[in-house]
Design a protein around this ligand. Structure first.
Ligand code: NDP
Length: 288
């Protein structure tokens, strides 16, 4: 007897603008294929003013969930039914999950970073962390590090308003202490720093020669240097750190791990992280 076959696909997506060069679809679809799931991941350009229609459309079409990237991570919040604790504390949503007819906003960027850190043998508990940047990625990373027990977080940022607002927000919402440090030229990384995280866009393709304005001799071999930029992963910042003997962590681990978390939230299955990592490495022509 002919087995009943289901042709209908479960839909997931990324809504953003610009979004053309976002590689998350490659990672998610490799995972879907590995587990034989009839899921699709669509990378969709949604202009700023069209977000409410896109979210309404996703609801109407029964999407399992979707990611948000620039410029939608904050604008999506009033369009959702609920937020997770992390999304509420961070004040931004990168992942939406559809559950029992409700759209729930979550933020997996910081959790992806944390997993990547732990995969590299680093536990942030009790540590002093210094962040360069105070945008969306820095918000997610700083809040998750603080929730994971980091003791103190320095925020070095170009615009004072964003930097001091993030430091105040971390101090108020978590048990960690936090301080804003104005980004003067050739800024020194405070010597008590255990982990320094580059969270600005500097070094992002095509600006691959871009390098944060830091006194690189203030980086000490006992520190760990991480970058959230994943394209190209070996940023100038990480190269300078490696030259001074620091352990370095690229943004690829954060990217794969946030994709793996999304995968599990949408499918209910454990993500095949190895397959997903290999797919990303292949896409970027790297050794996994
Ligand atoms: P935002 O636009 O929200 O924030 C950008 C930050 O970079 C701001 O703090 C801004 O400072 C700072 N900045 C930009 N240019 C400069 C400069 N020339 N000098 C000093 N500071 C600068 O961006 P996001 O936080 O969303 O993204 C930042 C990076 O994180 C991107 O490269 C993105 O690809 C990456 N990312 C990686 C992820 C991963 O999975 N690996 C996940 C999410 C993001 P100011 O406030 O002064 O403007």
């Amino acid at each position: 007897m002919r087995q009943e076959k289901i042709y209908r696909a479960e839909l997931t997506a990324c809504f953003g603008d610009p979004v053309d060069e976002n590689p998350t679809g490659v990672i998610e679809e490799a995972g879907y294929e590995a587990l034989g799931l009839n899921y699709r991941y669509l990378t969709v350009r949604v202009e700023k003013d069209h977000l409410p229609d896109a979210v309404r459309g996703a609801r109407a079409m029964g999407f399992r969930g979707f990611n948000l990237t620039i410029p939608h991570k904050v604008a999506v919040i009033p369009l959702l039914d609920e937020l997770t604790e992390a999304a509420r504390l961070i004040g931004a949503v990168n992942t939406v999950i559809s559950k029992n007819g409700k759209l729930i906003g979550e933020n997996t960027d910081g959790k992806g970073f944390l997993t990547s850190l732990r995969e590299n043998g680093i536990d942030p508990s009790g540590k002093t962390v210094t962040l360069l940047g105070a945008g969306g990625a820095a918000r997610a990373v700083s809040i998750e590090l603080a929730l994971a027990g980091a003791r103190h977080i320095n925020i070095i940022n170009r615009s004072e308003a964003r930097g001091s607002e993030l430091a105040a927000s971390v101090s108020k919402k978590t048990k960690a202490t936090a301080a804003y440090i104005p980004w003067i030229r050739q800024i020194c990384i405070p010597e008590e720093t255990d982990i320094v995280v580059q969270c600005t866009n500097i070094g992002l393709f095509p600006d691959v020669t871009g390098k944060p304005d830091v006194d690189y001799d203030s980086l000490r071999p006992g520190m760990v240097a991480a970058d959230v930029v994943f394209n190209r992963p070996e940023t100038q910042f990480l190269q300078e750190a490696a030259r001074r003997g620091l352990k370095t962590i690229t943004g690829l681990g954060m990217l794969v791990n946030q994709a793996a978390l999304n995968f599990s939230l949408w499918t209910g299955a454990d993500a095949p992280v190895k397959v997903m990592t290999e797919a990303l490495a292949k896409e970027f022509g790297l050794n996994p």
